[in-house]
Design a binder for this molecule. Structure first.
Ligand SMILES: [Zn+2]
Length: 214
């Protein structure tokens, strides 16, 4: 059983940094939040968006789910947590940028590619959102299994961006420039960040890997 002590110790460090004598950030934040960016990230423990971007409390509104997926718009969904977060972030908080933040070595995308989630499990049903990405890779990408997984991880980001555009109120805001949509990909093998470039119709480096001295 993992001990909670490291977590409590972490909270004490956070407390000292943000609530110590010279701290003041939460004096403002306790009045309310005004994040500029919504990140849709994966649950994976290695890819926390705030850690990866060095963001402070109050800067990112974050939705995390398995494989950073956005379901397509439904007219009367029952328990639509992603749609609810989208509405709250954009319509209530006025977020102006949405980043779908995928990553390499994604267990969710691997389960999708391998069909390894138990049939009719919640996981299998959830991952079906990214089925068009898998079909694209199976049909169009001739490569090793690992390269196909990387291709599917990136293609799933584009499926989610496409699904974002199926929300009519969001499509309207994207079309008139009030909201920007980005697709990012954290390559944890190289320690690099890629972004989808619609003009290049592919992912191009936003932050290249470090040059390592040998
Ligand atoms: Zn993942």
């Amino acid at each position: 059983m993992p001990s909670v002590e490291p977590l409590l110790e972490g909270f004490r460090r956070f407390q000292a940094e943000y609530f110590g004598d010279s701290a003041g950030l939460f004096d403002t934040l306790k009045q309310g939040q005004k994040p500029g960016t919504l990140v849709i990230g994966c649950c994976d423990s290695r890819v926390h968006p705030a850690t990866l971007t060095g963001s402070q409390p109050g800067e990112l509104f974050i939705v995390r789910n398995v494989a950073n997926l956005v379901p397509p718009h439904e007219s009367s969904p029952t328990h639509a947590s992603v749609a609810a977060a989208l509405e709250f972030a954009v319509l209530s908080l006025g977020v102006q940028r949405i980043i779908v933040f995928g990553h390499a070595c994604c267990g969710g995308i691997r389960a999708l590619m391998d069909d390894s989630a138990p049939a009719d499990s919640a996981l299998a049903r959830w991952l079906r959102i990214a089925a068009p990405a898998r079909e694209h890779v199976r049909r169009d990408v001739a490569a090793s299994p690992q390269e196909r997984q990387r291709a599917c991880e990136k293609a799933a980001i584009l499926v989610s961006i496409n699904n974002l555009l199926s929300y009519p109120w969001l499509r309207e805001r994207v079309d008139d420039g009030r909201v920007l949509l980005d697709g990012w990909y954290f390559d944890m093998e190289q320690g690099a960040l890629w972004g989808f470039d619609p003009h290049a119709r592919g992912f191009t480096p936003l932050v290249c890997p470090l040059e390592k001295s040998r």
